[in-house]
Design a protein around this ligand. Structure first.
Ligand code: ADP
Ligand code: MG
Length: 322
């Protein structure tokens, strides 16, 4: 199968390549064309996944298709952007039809879940690697950056943390788990659902936001630094994945939630007046702390006393991050 046949069969003819309002021209020409209104801005983000670095090999092509798009789309959520389209740069060792079909199916599922159209890409031969670039639209000036958290704001997360990190125990270390636990953890790793509607809701409400890819403490550190404030996190308020807790026990699951990566939930700071409506609209969101004067991230026990920060995360689980 040649390059153009491959593109036509698995990508140009995929349902997600059909386009949507805002996509003026998709796959097939030198560029895709996106239409923005005069008062909109284009949000752009790229993520690369390399075999053996960002995901274990061998793995399911379908799950890989889901994950490649999910991790990229999550950056749109972290910015509060509305999904528009994505490009796919695919490097493959060979054109294996069943693999490509599985990959295209997984990509299609995540594209449909996120409301993203496939608008172009590139296809080359080489060691397996995937680069997804996502495009989203934002009303001008309403992007959720990292730099505007204010003293007194609440610190919130979009939902349970720690599952993707706990899944690495199964994926990299061959640990066994009962089927229900296993399914929940592997789903969290392979198919994290970008919190796009939460991101859109937070426009004009949150003061700062990002998606958690490097771990809660590290990513909150990015907000603290960019905003010139300190973030206090009440350790007991951090919502833990039940499946991670069942697999690893409370203490290790907590470490996964604080320092493990790959959860792709949003972390954001919010003026307290917005909390009541937000907590009704998005019941998985939890308040985990607040913004205070100072620098860096502080972890507090139930009495409000500072706890030592885990030094460099859960090194055991660190191997897969790039
Ligand atoms: P060019 O010669 O301009 O680089 P290509 O021959 O690489 O174009 O690709 C032809 C068309 O197919 C382009 O519109 C490109 O965006 C699209 N395309 C190539 N690879 C992929 C892919 N993996 N997924 C989606 N579209 C792709
Ligand atoms: Mg090309």
């Amino acid at each position: 199968m040649g390059e153009f046949e491959l593109i036509r069969r698995y990508f140009a003819s995929a349902a997600c390549a059909a386009g949507q309002p805002g996509v003026v021209l998709g796959i097939g020409d030198d560029c895709a064309l996106l239409q923005l209104a005069a008062d909109e801005q284009l949000a752009i983000s790229t993520d690369t996944l390399v075999a053996g670095v960002h995901f274990p090999q061998p793995c399911s092509a379908e799950l890989l298709g889901q994950r490649a798009l999910a991790v990229a789309a999550s950056d749109l959520a972290g910015m509060g952007a509305s999904p528009l389209g994505f490009t796919l740069a695919l490097t493959l060792p060979q054109a294996d039809a069943p693999w490509l079909q599985g990959f295209a199916d997984g990509l299609q599922q995540m594209a449909a879940a996120c409301g993203l159209s496939l608008i172009g890409g590139d296809t080359t031969r080489g060691p397996l690697s995937l680069t997804v670039t996502v495009f989203g639209r934002l009303p001008a000036g309403q992007a959720l950056t990292r730099g505007a958290a204010q003293e007194g704001d609440l610190l919130c997360v979009g939902g349970e943390l720690g599952a993707a990190c706990a899944a690495l125990e199964l994926l990299l270390h061959g640990r066994e788990a009962p089927a229900a636990q296993r399914d929940a953890l592997l789903q969290a790793f392979w198919s994290p659902m970008p919190q796009l509607s939460l991101g859109e809701y937070l426009r004009g409400r949150a003061s700062a936001a990002l998606d958690i890819s490097d771990g809660l403490l590290a990513d909150c550190g990015h907000i603290a630094q960019a905003s010139g404030v300190a973030l206090q996190i009440e350790q007991a308020a951090v919502p833990l994945s039940a499946a991670a807790e069942a697999l690893l026990g409370h203490t290790a699951a907590q470490l996964c939630a604080l320092s493990g990566g790959d959860d792709y939930r949003l972390a954001f700071t919010l003026p307290a007046e917005h909390w009541p409506a937000l907590s009704v609209a998005f019941p998985t969101v939890r308040r985990i702390g607040r913004v205070v004067a100072g620098t860096g991230v502080q972890l507090l026990d139930e009495q409000g006393c500072p706890l030592p920060l885990p030094v460099s995360g859960y090194q055991h689980f660190g191997a897969v991050h790039g």
